[in-house]
Design a protein around this ligand. Sequence first.
Ligand code: MN
Length: 196
Amino acid sequence: MKNFELVALPYAADALEPIIGKQTVDIHHGKHLQTYVNNLNGLLPGSGLEELSLEELVVKAEGAILNNAGQILNHNLYFTQFTAPRAENKPVGKLAEAIDKVFGSLEAFQAEFEKKGTGLFGSGWVWLSKTNDGGLVITQEPNAANPLQRGLTPLLTFDVWEHAYYLDYQNKRADYLHALWALVDWTEVERRFTQI
Ligand code: MN
């Protein structure tokens, strides 16, 4: 019987300041995400789904197992896609080429991504994903949903649940989304885009 573990942050808890404060990281990663991990580990025994990966659970499970597995996978992708703030932070490699091809420019892509994140009603996630033909698409996913459920490969995500931004931005979700670009580790996102 395996247990899922809290993903390790690839940076210090205060490394994302001032875009995301240490208190937000401590609570979001150490409390919210830890709770989803604990919940899933408590739900799996006897479910018949004990041997599945998070990716398999989000396409095969239902109910509370699906919701907790989805939140863990989503947060793992979210927390491991950031690095300390950088000015002039831009995509690299084949992903940069694909963004220009699909959206016209980085600025047009970012504007569309922010618009979809701001416009998502309630709690959820805005995603950039790779399509089966190697293209790119932005989707809004409610609650704990993940683009894997649509047959897409998730690359980049901004969490728009209030716990992700309320301490730093209060109700100003659009400001949070706009600021997050400085934190994106485009090398990691490009790795997700080019991996087989
Ligand atoms: Mn969250």
